[in-house]
Structure formats: structure tokens, C-alpha cells
Write a protein that binds this ligand. Structure first.
Ligand code: S3P
Length: 438
């Protein structure tokens, strides 16, 4: 059921919050733990709907997953040991669960059917169907290469060398995970670096994985299959994609001073924070440390006057989920922001270029949609008119980005449905309250 909510101009945001565990790392922690021999313990797991969909799927394929106290305990089946699920795997809203699990099923002697909600059922799966079919999976998809679809795995599967045609960590990870139970070496050539959590975690679990980077920055990732994974203790850092909302809200609302503790700062994820600093944002990185193989920091954010920017399209992969909230920052910056090279945004949980362009325009921002991006002429810090109702299209990041827009609007902005927020940031409303948003 849709849960609408309204947000309007607020006093300064102040205080310290933590954000839930990183979604990408949480999915991978569950999947690799479920393939290790023995018990892994995960702390800081995101308990959002997307990650719980992965947990349910891994249980359906034989893993034991339970929460004891604050930790998640996972007893794996061993690489090659996944069992035939007895019913369709419901992936909900989660593209990451779907694409990575399709990879796992590819090299196991099982058949799995994947279903999802209306948003997920509209998203393209051809990008994973192509390489996984080459590895031997027999995949029957709905028209347009969409869900519902069925994957019949092949064991042993065929190792491939695959050059990624789109910059996608999900496609890279699907092939790597298929390669885990495939004899020989599976190799991926990645012309544009995407988030590297799979590589880091596979190596941490003991898989034989190498990464070579040539002088042009092209990465070649090789994994030796029929790996044996050793159980691990994993600490999941806070999600930089979730921290982005309080960060931008604090930058835009005068008088704000916010600390977001324990945020993952993997360089393949931290692009937004660099762009905001280039726009003039006062963001300090406190307590920089490495936790569980991932760089982590406390973000100390103070209200700042921002200036428009033309971010280099080459950094798109490092902030691909953060563009909606960057658009909001640009709407209050001084001068013009030109964002190009982000056509991938059109195949996320919604068409994030079109949906944000409409939502911001309806709130009085000056925005021009481009085929591959957006031009935003900012107010120089003045609040937006607001007063609009935003259609979120089952997209959590639209809901949260436009909540931030509401906090800098004179008339309340109504979000038609906040329920998708539970996929990635179940405590979002509580975080805002902690920072004084009433
Ligand atoms: C993800 C990769 C990205 C990102 C998504 C999570 C991952 O998708 O948008 O939210 O965990 O691998 P693409 O691989 O489609 O770029």
C-alpha cells in the first residue's frame, strides 16, 4: 500500500547519525557466506527489503541464515552445493539480487525462476543473459529480456573471457560468481572501473582472483573456478549512497552541521563526495580507517554555498546511484550544472533522468532534460517553490532525493509513496528526526 508523506522547509539539521549497512556489500556478504564451507558471521548487515530478498533466496537454495543478537550467522553449502529451490525466487525490487543470483545459478545443476515487482520486471536483463548464456546457462526470459525469467544452470559451465559492454558492477559480479563454480579461469575485461566489492570480498573469502590494470586504466579480473571459500567474519560499513541524503540536506539547509559516522569510502563509490567538494561543499572526513577491507570515515558536513559544476562523465560509475540527490544540490547551487554521460540512469529502478527532471520542474527548479543527462540552473541558495506531488515509480532514491528537495522548498512537497525507501534505508525517517526534522 502506498504511504504518502509531505516535507517542507525546516530549521537547521544538527546532530550525529549512522546510516544502515552498505547494500552492495550486504548482498555479497550473504551470497559468499552461503557458498563457504562453515559458519560466517556478518555485522552491520543492511536489513532492507532488497537484502532480505537475497537472504530468502540463499535459504531457498540450502544455506542456513539466522540473526542472533545483532549479528547474522550464515552456514554455507560450499561452492557447487546450491540446492534446487522449490518455488520461484521473489526478488522484489532488487536488480542486484536478480543479476548476481542469476550468475550463481548459471554454474550449478539447478533451475531457478526469478520474479519481481513492476519496477524490476521492466528492467533489462539482456546484459547478464548474454554472458551467462555463453557460459552455458539456458535462460528463458519474458519479452525484451525481462522478468519473470528462468535460468537452467550447466555444471560444469564454460569459462569465458568477457569484455563488459556497459559499465556495470552487477554484470561483472554475475560473471565472477558464475566463474566461482566453473572449471578453469573466467576473465572479465572492464574498460571503466565499477564498484569492486565483489573482487575484494571474493579475495577475502580465499578465492584465487587477480586484477591487472593497464596503462589506459582497463582492468582485467581473473578468477579460478571450483574455488573453496573459507567462512569469514564480515563488518559491513555504512552505505555512502544512503549517507548522501543527509549530506546534501545539511549542505543546503542554512545553519546545518551534521556528522554521519562510519560511512564506507571505497573510491569506486565516493564520487559524489568529491563532486560536492568541487562545488564548494564543506565536508570533512574524520577518523579515516579500514574496516573489513573497506575504507571508512565519519563525514562532517556543514552548510555551504554551492556552485554549479560540469562533472567529468568518466566518474559516473563512482556515483551512479547518487545523481538524483546531486540534481537536488545543483538546483540550489549558484550557476549552471551540466551532467552528461549518465544514460544508465534511465534503466535503474525508474528512469531517474526523466522522473527527477519532472519532479524538480514541478517544484520550480530550472531543469532541462538531455538524452544522457540533465542541465540544472540553480537558485544560488534560495529555496524552491515546492508545492508539488512527486510520483516515485517504486524508486527509493527518487523518494529520498525529493524528500531532501522538500526540506528546501517553501511549500510542502508530497511524496506519493515512501514505502520503497524500505528497500535500502529502513530508518530514513528516524534519521531525519534525529537531525531535528519534524
Ligand atoms: C550495484 C551496481 C550498480 C548500482 C546498484 C548496485 C551493485 O548497478 O546502481 O544500485 O551492487 O553491484 P549497475 O551494475 O547496473 O551499474
Amino acid at each position: 500500500m502506498a504511504t504518502p508523506a509531505s516535507f517542507a522547509a525546516t530549521g537547521p539539521l544538527r546532530g550525529t547519525i549512522t546510516v544502515p549497512g552498505d547494500k552492495s556489500i550486504s548482498h555479497r556478504a550473504l551470497m559468499l557466506s552461503a557458498l563457504a564451507v562453515g559458519e560466517s558471521v556478518i555485522d552491520g548487515l543492511l536489513e532492507g527489503e532488497d537484502v532480505l530478498a537475497t537472504a530468502a533466496a540463499m535459504r531457498a537454495m540450502g544455506a542456513t541464515i539466522e540473526k542472533r543478537g545483532d549479528s547474522w550467522h550464515v552456514r554455507g553449502v560450499g561452492v557447487g552445493g546450491l540446492l534446487q529451490p522449490q518455488s520461484a525466487l521473489d526478488m522484489g525490487n532488487s536488480g542486484t539480487s536478480t543479476r548476481l543470483l542469476m550468475g550463481l545459478v548459471t554454474s550449478h545443476p539447478i533451475t531457478a525462476t526469478f520474479t519481481g515487482d513492476a519496477s524490476l520486471s521492466g528492467r533489462p536483463m539482456g546484459r547478464v543473459i548474454d554472458p551467462l548464456s555463453t557460459m552455458g546457462a539456458d535462460i528463458t526470459a519474458s519479452p525484451g529480456g525481462r522478468l519473470p525469467l528462468m535460468v537452467r544452470g550447466l555444471c560444469p559451465a564454460i569459462p569465458i573471457e568477457y569484455r563488459l559492454p556497459v559499465a556495470s558492477a552487477q554484470v561483472k559480479s554475475a560473471v565472477l560468481l558464475a566463474g566461482l563454480n566453473t572449471p578453469g579461469i573466467t576473465r572479465i575485461i572492464e574498460p571503466v572501473a565499477t564498484r569492486d566489492h565483489s573482487e575484494r570480498m571474493l579475495a577475502g573469502f580465499g578465492a584465487e582472483l587477480t586484477v591487472e590494470t593497464d596503462s589506459a586504466g582497463v582492468r582485467t579480473i581473473s578468477i579460478r573456478g571450483e574455488a573453496e571459500l573459507r567462512p569469514q567474519n564480515i563488518i559491513v560499513p555504512g552505505d555512502p549512497s544512503s549517507a548522501a541524503f543527509a549530506t546534501v540536506a545539511a549542505l543546503l539547509v542554512p545553519g546545518s552541521a551534521v556528522t554521519i559516522a562510519n560511512v564506507g569510502m571505497n573510491p569506486t563509490r565516493a564520487g559524489l563526495y568529491n563532486v560536492l567538494r568541487d562545488m564548494g561543499a564543506d565536508i570533512a572526513f574524520g577518523q579515516q580507517r579500514v574496516v573489513g577491507g573497506e575504507p571508512v570515515a565519519d563525514l562532517i558536513v556543514t552548510h555551504s554555498a554551492l556552485s554549479g559544476i560540469e562533472p567529468d562523465p568518466a566518474i559516473a560509475a563512482t556515483m551512479i546511484d547518487e545523481y538524483p540527490v546531486l540534481f537536488v544540490a545543483a538546483a540550489l547551487a549558484k550557476g549552471r550544472t551540466v551532467i552528461r554521460g549518465i544514460e544508465e540512469m534511465r534503466v535503474k529502478e525508474s528512469d531517474r533522468i526523466a522522473v527527477m527532471a519532472k519532479a524538480l520542474t514541478d517544484c520550480g527548479a530550472r531543469v532541462e532534460e538531455l538524452p544522457d543527462g540533465l542541465i540544472v540552473d540553480g537558485t544560488g541558495g534560495d529555496f524552491l517553490a515546492g508545492g508539488a506531488t512527486v510520483t516515485t515509480h517504486l524508486d527509493h532514491r527518487i523518494a529520498m532525493s525529493m524528500t531532501v528537495a522538500g526540506l528546501v522548498s517553501r511549500a510542502a512537497v508530497t511524496i506519493d509513496d515512501m514505502s520503497p525507501v524500505a528497500t535500502s534505508y529502513p530508518g530514513f525517517a528516524a534519521s531525519l528526526r534525529e537531525l531535528g526534522v519534524s
